[in-house]
Design a protein around this ligand. Structure first.
Ligand code: ZN
Length: 162
């Protein structure tokens, strides 16, 4: 079976930055399971996996536009600490969720914490970066009816409850 839209795919992967440093890997962990064609992985990697089969190994270079997008300075903002949700103690690296003007979901990363102000960055930490993936396809199967409805993978046998 080859990878196409609507397949549940398991991959082992290693993600490195341009300087060769390790960003993320599935090594020592379970393979990453995703529903192909649903945008759960970055577009450049998803496109490269299309038509591949179990056992295929590939090295994929993903440009920012096909990854986490370009870095935009207008997505960085400084806000007074008091404007943060009640009971939140901001720390660098923390993620906050906000709702945008059009009702869209936005994730903001705390990048700086001052006494009065906090700097929030709406760019994904990997925005603007070229990504280097080494991937091995571990399994490919049809999505179950339930997975199709939910729009995500449910575990190796498709019966994960959540
Ligand atoms: Zn589900």
């Amino acid at each position: 079976m080859i990878i196409a839209d609507g397949c549940i795919v398991a991959i082992d992967y290693t993600l490195k930055a341009e300087d060769g440093s390790l960003i993320d890997t599935s090594e020592g962990d379970e393979a990453l399971l995703y529903l192909h064609g649903s945008g759960q992985i970055v577009p450049g990697l998803e496109a490269a996996l299309l038509g591949k089969a179990v056992g295929d190994k590939l090295s994929v270079t993903v440009q920012p536009d096909d990854g986490y997008g370009p870095r935009r300075n207008d997505r960085v903002l400084t806000v007074p600490r008091s404007s943060l949700p009640e009971g939140e103690t901001p720390e660098v690296g923390m993620q906050l969720e906000a709702v945008g003007r059009r009702g869209e979901h936005i994730v903001l990363w705390v990048t700086e914490v001052g006494e009065e102000e906090v700097t929030l960055d709406g760019n994904h930490p990997l925005a603007g970066q070229t990504l280097f993936f080494d991937v091995e396809v571990k399994s490919v199967r049809e999505a179950t009816e339930e997975e199709r409805t939910h729009g995500h993978a449910h575990g190796p046998d498709g019966h994960h409850h959540h």
